[in-house]
Design a protein around this ligand. Structure first.
Ligand code: NAI
Ligand code: MG
Length: 381
């Protein structure tokens, strides 16, 4: 007898870390939409466990992650992360205390940042049609400028010295280049741009370029070129259609991906996957934006007239879609993003995209769209 569908259907354990600022608002919205999708499709299960690791926890306990916390995370299939950063904690303490303290030990070395102009939204670029901007930025996520190497001596004295040393290992560069070429190869245009700054940074980034050229030989079907990071900013603005997949160092890609999100309409739409491509550790999924103190707490249950700015949950919805895809639920991932775009097309968008809807209104509209599009289909199966 073949096992019933119920017996064999996949079930995923997700660790949720909403953390600070608008993180809790957008993660609550993301989980609501994911639960709605799972209940409607009825083909897989999602189980969320919540972790209260945030800046309040840090202020009480002197650390963001309790002892044994990383080992705890390893038991999950994926991590859904909001944003970390509070006005009364220095940013380098919060970022290193939580986000980097997860990504780096769990070797989530490939940070993947897709950007496109969602249906129903507009680029601030005058001449950019929707199909003209459809990129995936691959960010090296384990070393480079964020390797944490450096120090300060004679603090506060006129002769103070501080160093921030970028580390590029052949192992680290080879694995991200291979990942980037594979990503480019999996996309229809098979086009990769390697971002560098090897004119000024004559050691690490010269090796970066050499490894790119060596890796390219293994991917003869991928067309690739090389851009200095400063010139890359102008190309992104003036010739967005000439780009497809992009690989850059930790710092360069951090900056370029915020620019990419803004060129696609708003930082409030853009997702990130922090992947361990070996799948030894769970990967972590988060919107690219930060904790956005300026709009915190205004998105849920607040009349739209009371505030000008509201958290856009779309970045988290797209992030949720990327997470489903990584977990193997590719069709569900596609359906979710389709529903999000359909809601944008109806003009139900937050103020950063030129609309007047609240976080909660956009979330409910996506849930309704899931029901409308997928409810009948799954009921008739
Ligand atoms: P941010 O991304 O929080 O905000 C930049 C601007 O974009 C703000 O005007 C904000 O209102 C707007 N914005 C961001 N997300 C939005 C959304 N979903 N909907 C509508 N508007 C949105 O970056 P900022 O201000 O540089 O950093 C604030 C804090 O966040 C800092 O503590 C920083 O260290 C932290 N941060 C944390 C990150 C993470 O946890 N991965 C990433 C970036 C910053
Ligand atoms: Mg950033």
């Amino acid at each position: 007898m073949s096992p019933s569908k119920i017996d064999t259907r996949p079930s995923y354990k997700i660790a949720s870390i909403p953390a600070d600022g608008i993180g809790p608002e957008v993660i609550a919205a993301g989980i609501k939409v994911l639960n709605k999708l799972a209940a409607t499709l009825n083909t897989f299960d999602l189980h969320f466990e919540h972790f209260d690791w945030n800046s309040d926890y840090y202020k009480k306990h002197g650390k963001y992650i309790p002892d044994g916390g990383l080992e705890e995370l390893k038991k999950f299939d994926a991590i859904l992360f909001g944003a970390v950063g509070a006005p009364d904690v220095p940013d380098h303490i919060s970022l290193w205390g939580l986000r980097l303290a997860i990504c780096q030990p769990l070797q989530q070395y490939a940070n993947v940042r897709p950007t496109k102009i969602l249906r129903g939204t507009q680029s601030p670029l005058r001449k950019c049609a929707p199909g003209d901007l459809d990129w995936v930025i691959v960010r090296e996520n384990s070393e480079g400028e964020y390797a944490g190497q450096g120090g300060r001596s004679h603090v506060g004295k006129p002769w103070e010295v501080s160093t921030e040393t970028a580390i590029f290992t052949r192992h680290g560069v080879e694995r991200i280049m291979k990942f980037a070429f594979e990503t480019a190869q999996s996309r229809p245009r098979k086009l990769l741009t390697v971002v560098t700054k090897s004119n000024a940074q004559r050691n690490g980034l010269v090796m970066w370029d050499e490894v790119a050229a060596e890796t390219a030989k293994q991917f003869p079907d991928v067309k690739w070129d090389k851009m200095l990071v400063d010139a890359m900013t102008t190309r992104m603005v003036l010739k967005p259609e000439s780009l497809d997949t992009i690989v850059a160092t930790n710092l360069h890609a951090d900056i370029l991906s915020d620019l990419a999100a803004a060129l696609a309409g708003s930082i409030g739409i853009a997702p990130t996957s922090n992947l361990d491509p070996t799948r030894e550790n769970p990967s972590m999924f988060e919107p690219i934006h930060g904790s956005a103190f300026d709009i915190t707490g205004k998105g849920i249950d607040t009349p739209v007239t009371d505030c000008l700015a509201l958290a856009n949950p779309v970045a988290t919805f797209w992030t949720a879609s990327e997470m489903l895809s990584w977990l193997g639920e590719k069709e569900a991932a596609k359906q979710l993003l389709d529903c999000v775009e359909a809601v944008c097309e109806k003009g139900i968008v937050t103020q950063d995209l030129g609309g007047t809807s609240t976080t909660a209104e956009v979330t409910d509209a996506v849930c309704d769209e899931i029901e409308r599009r997928l409810g009948k289909a799954s009921a008739s199966q």
